[in-house]
Design a binder for this molecule. Structure first.
Ligand code: DC
Length: 225
């Protein structure tokens, strides 16, 4: 039976790389929940909505159309039909998305959408609260972690590859600030679900992590998990 695979963890732990490849190998949908909060942050910026204006953000979430399209090149994110895949990946959008994601009204809208996407199973969902709040009944739950230094290095390289030059120290500070925001907010803070398997990715390749999760999901699919 097709499963819901929940992958949580802090920024830079390798969730996206692993989720993308895992979804491809399993023939599942890749559901990047962080991309949805990033799209909300972009839409809020464009509408000149302050990131703490709860009513305006609530209203915005009712109106906007966020699309996640799985393509052979990876996940394409759309906002009102416009391809915003790259626009949501800037350092500004990283911190703005962390801010909007602490607003409960925003989370309520996003979680509803995420559950709708995952309703048929066959989904690899990654984020911060996927195993704890969005899909608490998922049988396949993983919590990816890595040292903050390693995570900052990965994020720095990723930005560099996209042509965004940022001092390594800034990236480390940004990651630490987001770790703090994401794990101390009142609503659905980042924490490991009791039944999630922790994988420390610090000295593992993405391929190794994918293989480990892939085998465990295949066992569950076969009904012997
Ligand atoms: O995974 P990411 O870095 O693209 O996520 C962007 C922000 O969204 C991150 O700072 C935390 C937030 N987020 C969240 O609160 N809940 C999720 N399920 C996914 C992301």
């Amino acid at each position: 039976m097709k499963q819901i695979v929940a992958i949580d963890g802090p920024s830079g732990a390798g969730k996206s790389t692993v989720a993308r490849e895992l979804a491809r190998r399993l023939g599942y949908i890749h559901l990047d929940t962080g991309a949805m909060y990033r799209a909300v942050a972009l839409a809020a910026g464009r509408a000149r909505i302050a990131l703490n204006d709860i009513n305006a953000l609530d209203e915005l979430c009712r109106e906007i159309d966020i699309g996640l399209v799985n393509t052979p090149q990876g996940l394409k994110v759309t906002l009102q039909g416009e391809d915003v895949t790259l626009l949501i990946r800037t350092p500004e959008m990283s911190s703005a998305s962390s801010a909007v994601s602490s607003v409960s009204e925003v989370r309520r809208h996003m979680v509803r959408l995420q559950r709708k996407i995952g309703s048929g199973g066959g989904v690899v969902a990654e984020g911060r609260d996927v195993g704890t709040v969005v899909f608490p009944d998922a049988a396949a739950k993983f919590y990816l972690d890595a040292s903050v230094k390693e995570r900052a290095k990965r994020r720095w390289l990723e930005l560099k590859e996209r042509g965004i030059e940022e001092p390594q120290e800034n990236v480390l500070n940004d990651i630490s600030a987001r770790d703090h925001n994401d794990s101390t907010r009142d609503d659905s803070p980042l924490h490991r679900a009791d039944d999630a398997l922790v994988i420390d990715t610090t000295s593992k390749t993405p391929e190794e992590v994918v293989e480990e999760i892939f085998l465990s999901v295949k066992e569950l699919e076969a009904g012997c998990g």
